[in-house]
Ligand binder design. Structure first.
Ligand code: KG4
Ligand code: ZN
Length: 325
């Protein structure tokens, strides 16, 4: 069994995964959303303090498994430096106390493997990762062969939802709040410009759209926010499908997946499904509970890394907050 720890942002989570069967034996997550909500975003120092409280509590519940642990895994990159360090420090303590090897996991690879919790992997796979920290398209051939083919030049998809929600006083995280409000609004009411429409570059950008939304929000009463939310969600999604459509002309997907916290968005899921129709490809999605940050996905990567003996020595495991794929 492998014990895996996740603390890259505002979720404290620990899982226990069986190596041979990939079965998830234990998973507990303590989310800090309510604590950060009043600030309209994650406050790193507060998040770190809350991880320091929550992680040992969850770890105590894992004691019955301690004697069977073969390794301890932890998210070491990317993420918030002050929160990553909480998980890594705890993982090192477990490694020393139980005399088991350490596995440092990349959080983005974790999101990809959220598709394969208690399942076998399926490659090659084109992956759209939409989270609070990232918006990128990756071609995944295996655990160690992942190429990023497009990413956001500024804000991420999820982050733009968080910022628009903050403008409307809807708290954090903004994604679910905007999605709920958008259902009541008219998607064509505001004619926001689709970002990067005229450039052939395969990349994303959300800061211009966010600023256009800000101007619209400032001009109306809260009763009209629903139409802005609906139009924003429509254009934010259209930006993704527009860029993907062009990319598919030269790189038709074999298997396609959407992962990350914002992959829970049902409008996005529906629009991508429509886009994929002509290609007759499999659309892979994570279970809703594993779209946002969790330790089950870190455990799933850790099983692969354990089998390949991809361990990191205690003195070499360091956090790399900005590392990407
Ligand atoms: O993957 P995740 O839990 O954390 C990061 O790795 O960043 O993603 C969190 C992000 C937040 O920005 C949140 O607003 C967004 O995912 N999100 C959504 C939805 N649910 C969560 N965005 C749009 N629609 C949603 N339903
Ligand atoms: Zn994440």
């Amino acid at each position: 069994m492998i014990l895996s720890i996740e603390s890259s942002c505002d979720d404290s989570a620990i899982s226990i995964t069986q190596i041979a069967t990939k079965k998830l034996l234990f998973h507990k997550k303590i989310s800090q959303e309510v604590d950060h909500s009043i600030y309209g975003g994650v406050v790193p120092e507060l998040a770190a303090r809350l991880h320091a409280e929550a992680l040992p509590k969850i770890l105590a519940q894992c004691e019955p498994y301690f004697q069977d642990l073969k390794a301890v895994a932890v998210t070491a990159s990317p993420g918030l430096a002050v929160t990553l360090i909480e998980g890594v420090t705890l993982a090192k303590a477990v490694s020393v106390a139980l005399d088991i090897p350490l596995i440092g996991v990349n959080h983005l690879i974790g999101h990809i493997y959220s598709l394969f919790i208690e399942k076998e992997t399926l490659f090659p796979l084109t992956v759209l990762l939409v989270s609070g920290g990232h918006t990128q398209v990756m071609e995944v051939k295996s655990l160690t062969d992942i190429t990023t083919v497009a990413k956001s030049m500024d804000d991420s998809f999820g982050e733009s939802f968080d910022k628009v929600a903050k403008m409307m006083g809807l708290g954090y995280p903004g994604g679910p709040a905007i999605e709920k409000l958008a259902k009541k609004g008219e998607r064509k009411k505001y004619d926001f410009t689709v970002p990067l429409l005229r450039t052939p570059k395969f990349a994303f950008s959300y800061s211009g759209l966010k600023n256009a939304v800000r101007l619209a929000v400032e001009k109306v009463e809260p009763d009209d926010y629903k139409d802005i939310a609906a139009s924003f969600e429509h254009i934010a999604t259209k930006h993704l499908t527009h860029k993907l459509k062009k990319y598919f002309q030269t790189h038709p997907p074999k298997n396609f997946a959407i992962v990350g916290g914002a992959s829970a968005n049902l409008y996005l899921r529906a629009q991508i499904q429509e886009l994929l129709q002509p290609y007759k490809v499999n659309l892979l999605l994570s279970d809703l509970e594993y779209c946002s940050d969790n330790a089950a996905m870190i455990g799933r990567v850790a099983v692969e890394m354990y089998e390949k003996q991809m361990f990191t020595a205690l003195e070499d495991l360091d956090i790399t907050p900005k590392s990407n794929i």
